[in-house]
Structure formats: C-alpha cells, structure tokens
Ligand binder design. Structure first.
Ligand SMILES: Nc1ncnc2c1ncn2[C@@H]1O[C@H](COP(=O)(O)OP(=O)(O)OP(=O)(O)O)[C@@H](O)[C@H]1O
Length: 666
C-alpha cells in the first residue's frame, strides 16, 4: 500500500538534516533556533534585543513525576544496557580520576587541554537527560490567532520574496517541537504579546505529526498587567549538556580557568559567546540550572552599543539566480498577467527595454502580451536558458544587512579583550545572481584564546560551529594567508580570525548546513581579501609596537649604566680636584669651577646620577616625539573606551576631541 508522508513526518524521520542528530546537538539546535527567532523578532520592530535563555535540567525522576509516571527502581540490573560489574566500575573510576589529575596538571602548566577531558558517562542509551528550555524576548510577539499555525505546521506558507535570513531551513522552532514530541511527548508553551496589547496570548500545543497540523491543548488570553511585549517559548526535550566543571571536583583554585574550560566543553556557551560577538547590540542572559549547584552557570553578555544594523529588506530574484522550479512558482504566484509585466515586476534588473529584448530573443513563440500563466514547460525551459546566458546588471547589496565594521570590532573587543584588533568591511559582490558582503576581523591576544588560529565564522549573522574543516574561511586562513608577511606567528600568536558573510543565499555545504564551501571563487577571493586587509592594518600596528619596545629597551639599557658611569666619572673628577688642590696640574678656568664644586661636595655622585638620568629621559622623549611626528600622531594605535550608562534611556552629550570622545550622561 502506498502511503504519503507529511512534511512533519519527513523531518521527524530525517531530523539530522535540521541539526537534531544526537542528544547534545538537539539541545544545541533547540537553543539556537529559539535565540535566532528571538533576535529576528526584536530586530523586526527595531527594538534592541534582550534575550533570556534558561536551560533547566530535569532529572529522570522529576521528569517522570511531571508526566505522572511512577518512578520504578531497577530490579534486574543486568537487564540494562548500562550494566557494569563492580570491578569494571572501579577500573573506570580510577581511570577517570587519573585522567582528571593529568588534565589539572596540564592546565596548571598552561598546556593544551584535550577536548575529551569530560568524564564519559557509562555506556548506554539509558543516560537520557531532560531539559526545559525557555527563551524570552522583547520582540514583536505574535498575533493571537496565528500562534498555533506558526508553531504547529511544518513548511506552512511560502515565502515569496527573497531576503537575508538567519534561518537555514525555515523549520526552526517547529523542529524543536517535533523533537519534544518524539523525545518527551510534552507540548510546547508559548506566551506572547504584541505592542500595546492588553492581554498575553498563552498557547500550549503539540503537533499532529501525521497530519501536520497543530494540536492545541490550551489557547487563551491572559492579563497583561506589565504591558509586556515579546514572546516566551518553553519546550521540554531530551538532550545532553556536556559541560563539566572538571576541576571543581578537585578544588582547582583558578576560577578563570574553570570558566574557559566551561567554554571548551559546551557548544552552547561557545555559540552564545560568538553570538555576543556578532550581536553586541543585544543583551543575553544565559542560565543553566540543575540540582547540582556546581554545574550551574549564569552568564550575562552585556549590550555594548545601541547601533543596530538595518533590518534586511526583501528583494526580488535576480534572473541569473533562478531555476526552472522557481520560475514556475513565480508564475503561479504572480499577480501580473502578461509576460512583459511578469519579467519587469518579478525580477530585479529587468527594465522595460531589456524585457522587450529578452522576449525578442526567446523566439517567435513568445510575445510581450502573451499570458504568462499559459507558458508551456518547454517555453519555461527556454526562458531559464536565456536567463542563464544573458548579461544582466549585478544585483545591489542594498537589501543586505551586514553586522557593520563598528559592531564587529566592538563585539570582538568586548568578548575577547584582545591586545590588538583590525576589522574590514568589503563592498557588495555577487555570485550566481546573489549579492553578498564579507566582513572580517583579525585579533591578537585576548582572553580564552588559544595559541594559533582561532576561527570564528558567521553566516547571515549566526555563528557556525560545526564542520569547520572544509569551510572557506578555515581554508583561507590556514592555507592562503602568509601570516609571516604581517609579522604574525601562525602557531605561537593567539590569532582570532572572524569572518562574517551575509547574502540572500548562503551557499551552505553538508546536510547540517554548517559550513560554506570553498568552491565558489567569488566568495573565496572576497574572504581572502578581507582577512588580508585586516592583516595589513595589524602589521603597521605590530611594527609600531616593536619600535616602541626597542625604544623602551634602549632607554632601559642606558639607564642600567647610569650608576657605573656616574661612579667612574665622579672618581675621575675627584682625582682631578685633588691634583688641582695640590697645584700639581693647571686646569682651564671653567674646569676649575667644577673641580672646586667637587672638592666642596657641591657636585656629588648623586648629582651626576641625576643629571645622567635627566639626559636619558630627555633624549628618549625627543626621539619619541620625532618618531611620533614622523609616523603621524593620528595614526598611533588608539584604544576605544566605552562607558555604559546605567539607564539606557538617558540623553547623551558628546565632547569630541582629536583623540577621544567623552560622553556625558545627562
Ligand atoms: N520569538 C518569536 N517572536 C515572534 N514570532 C516568532 C518567534 N518565534 C517564532 N515566531 C514566529 O513563528 C514562525 C515559525 O518559526 P520557526 O522557527 O518555526 O520558523 P522560521 O523562523 O520561519 O524559520 P527559521 O527558524 O529556520 O528561520 C516564525 O516565522 C515567526 O513568525
């Protein structure tokens, strides 16, 4: 018997496509999807995002009581997959303890800590943990009646226009709901309120996977006393939280180290940190809550700027970017009747005269007035072929919303505290009819940065954390940049490479859409150029720093010899003064003056030391001045200082000088 699969069923069976491959990834992807929806929502109403994410671990017994299942003790232990004999357990624990000790030692010595440091749980599928994930935002909210369909129907509605979006599949929260349905059977809870709405919509629903329709448990309006607007989504899923405070067990004293280890083990925290880099205008509060306090984490990623990139705007398709299916869809959905209007209105960069020329070129079967909906399959193929071969102006990048050089720089400084940073923002370019912009940052030094290359990749302003190896950014940074040329040591220095690509189409590779391939030469070239631009800026800073260091060293070396030199000169003067006193030798008038002062102790060793020190200082100052005038004071490395007001609504008054801006909060 033939049966048809609903889209929801299809994704339930192929959840790896949407990033739900294993419990760890499921928790990660759920958080990601909710955070990205929250940002989209706040940005869509130009509200500076405030996003709160809470992951609450629910132990199995608590979970069972939540669903009304009586917890049963294991009776027949050997029946279970994770059964371990007493001897095997002892062996494993000893091995783990040894590994931890070694780790602590290595970490204390500043050695690289292997990622596998987390103690592995015992083998078996029985390890399931449950998590309540809550994400609250201050965004647009959702219309009361639309909520069930927004969350409970996969692939609902077609997006007609084209624009830069954070999502990869248009599945996001729905996939999280399907996963909760599959792993815990619990519904999703949504609270939402739109601006100036006097009620909060509350909806508890799950999805009828077979019929691909929402199954509503409760949908009601509640009081909105606080005039809140935004959304709060809560879902309970099976997952895995892989952060272990390995060293807290053996009371390792350095908190900072613990923090960096935390980052090492948690993709979610990595993600949050990278999101904070690319979204410095948002405030994130991340909480992990469990029954064991040493596992709990609260991290606030503060907002550092009020400057938000513009909202990406919808654009029409570029003729060289469409395929046959898309042309058919555009024909089916267009409100235009004839071919001429269709070409002019449904694509960018086809004006009236170009439309006429194109139709002429299509052949005698085509005419400007012909009904567009009457085009045959063959005729559509002809149009497609012509679109592929004809020359069109490039699409403009105006519809794109890059992070902005200022924001990228701020983000890097606030999250990594590097010693040096350079950023660059390229102009819009095109691949296969899609505009794209590459922005880059390169930093040196900083907090929680390992030696060598640390690569941070962003696509449409979301961090990409998996499948780094094949990515165009990784490959370019590793293979096509000669770091030595820029006085950067590829293995010794702590190098941060940040590349953000925005486009109406990100050419992701792999089923998980976690990396951008290296095969699109336009993108590869732009990435290389952007990184190089940063390196060039850094090189001049590095050279200046080196010169400054040399100068300092010269001063230090000269100062080192001052006591000896003063002693030697003083001894000579003393001898001369003696000779003068005993009239053994005659001296010139002006020397006599000095020698008398030496004899009368008006010039001492100390005087000489003082004078020499003064001289070294003076020479050093003069050289520094000369150097600064030569290289231009304005080009001196300048560090930005940010003062954050306590009250975001305050008015500012800025004092501008050539070297700083002072902002007064009124
Ligand atoms: N926090 C939120 N605030 C307001 N609307 C939301 C929020 N989360 C989801 N939505 C609405 O629900 C819809 C469905 O969300 P979902 O994540 O399933 O798909 P998507 O956002 O369209 O796709 P993707 O997440 O892959 O970009 C969204 O398009 C949006 O309109």
């Amino acid at each position: 018997m033939e049966s048809e699969k609903s889209p929801a069923e299809f994704f339930a069976e192929n959840k790896n496509i949407a990033g739900f491959d294993n419990p760890g990834k499921c928790l990660y992807t759920t958080v990601r999807e909710l955070v990205e929806n929250a940002l989209d929502s706040a940005e869509s109403i130009s509200e500076l995002p405030v996003v709160e994410i809470t992951i609450e671990e629910i132990v199995k017994s608590k979970f069972n009581s939540m669903i009304g299942l009586v917890d049963r003790e294991r009776v027949d232990a050997e029946l279970y997959d994770d059964f371990e004999t007493a001897k095997a357990r002892e062996k494993r624990l000893a091995k783990e303890a040894r590994a931890q000790e070694l780790q602590a030692k290595n970490a204390a010595l500043g050695k690289k800590v292997k990622e596998s440091a987390a103690p592995k749980g015992v083998k078996g599928r029985g390890e399931a943990s449950f998590f309540r994930v809550t994400c609250k935002d201050n965004g647009r909210g959702m219309p009361h009646d639309d909520i069930p369909n927004m969350f409970g129907r996969v692939l609902s509605g077609t997006k007609y226009g084209l624009k830069q979006t954070r999502g990869k599949f248009g599945l996001g929260a729905k996939m999280a709901l399907i996963w909760s349905k599959m792993s815990t059977g619990l519904p999703i809870e949504i609270s939402s309120s739109m601006k100036s709405q006097n009620y909060v919509s509350f909806c508890r629903l799950d999805i009828d996977i077979h019929r691909n329709i929402p199954h509503i448990h409760l949908h009601e309006k509640r009081d909105n006393k606080d005039r809140w607007h935004g959304a709060e989504i809560q879902v309970v899923i099976e997952g895995n939280w892989t952060t272990y405070r390995v060293y807290s067990i053996i009371a390792f004293p350095i908190i900072l180290l613990e923090f960096s280890l935390l980052f090492k083990h948690s993709k979610i925290l990595h993600y949050m940190r990278q999101m904070a880099v690319i979204t410095p205008y948002a405030q994130f509060l991340f909480k992990f809550v469990s029954d064991s306090p040493d596992k709990n984490v609260t991290i606030k990623f503060a907002r550092r700027t009020d400057v938000m990139p513009p909202v990406p705007v919808e654009t029409k398709h570029h003729p060289s970017s469409v395929d046959i299916l898309l042309i058919k869809r555009l024909i089916a959905e267009t409100s235009k009747t004839n071919l001429m209007q269709f070409l002019q209105h449904e694509f960018v960069n086809i004006g009236k005269s170009l439309a006429e020329r194109l139709i002429g070129e299509m052949g005698p079967d085509f005419s400007p007035k012909m009904a567009v909906k009457s085009l045959t399959d063959q005729q559509i193929v002809r149009i497609h072929q012509l679109f592929r071969q004809a020359k069109f102006d490039d699409p403009s990048g105006d519809c794109l919303s890059p992070a902005g050089e200022y924001n990228l720089r701020l983000g890097i400084i606030k999250e990594l505290h590097p010693d040096m940073v350079a950023t660059y923002s390229g102009s819009a370019q095109v691949f296969e009819g899609h505009p794209f912009i590459v922005e880059a940052g390169v930093s040196l030094g900083g907090k929680d940065v390992k030696h060598g290359l640390n690569i941070f990749r962003f696509a449409n302003r979301i961090p990409l954390l998996f499948e780094q190896g094949g990515d165009v950014v990784t490959r370019t940074a590793l293979k096509r940049i000669n770091w030595n040329t820029y006085k950067i040591n590829q293995t010794q220095d702590k190098i941060g490479v940040f590349v953000s690509i925005v486009s109406t189409k990100i050419p992701f590779k792999g089923t998980g859409k976690e990396y951008i391939g290296d095969d699109i030469s336009e993108i590869a070239t732009a990435v290389k150029a952007a990184i190089k631009q940063c390196c060039i800026q850094l090189k001049s800073k590095i050279v200046k720093k080196m010169q400054a260091r040399e100068q300092q060293e010269r001063k230090r070396n000269l100062s080192k010899y001052i006591p000896d030199a003063a002693n030697a000169v003083y001894d000579v003067l003393k001898e001369m003064a003696k000779s003068h006193a005993s009239k053994k030798k005659r001296f010139a008038e002006k020397d006599v003056d000095i020698l008398q002062k030496v004899a009368n102790q008006l010039i001492t060793k100390e005087t000489l030391k003082e004078k020499l020190t003064e001289h070294v200082e003076k020479v050093d100052y003069e050289m520094a001045l000369e150097y600064a005038t030569q290289s231009g004071v304005s080009e001196e490395p300048r560090e930005d200082i940010y003062l954050q007001s306590l009250d975001a609504t305050s008015n500012f008054l800025d004092f501008h000088s050539t070297t700083f801006i002072f902002r007064l909060v009124q």
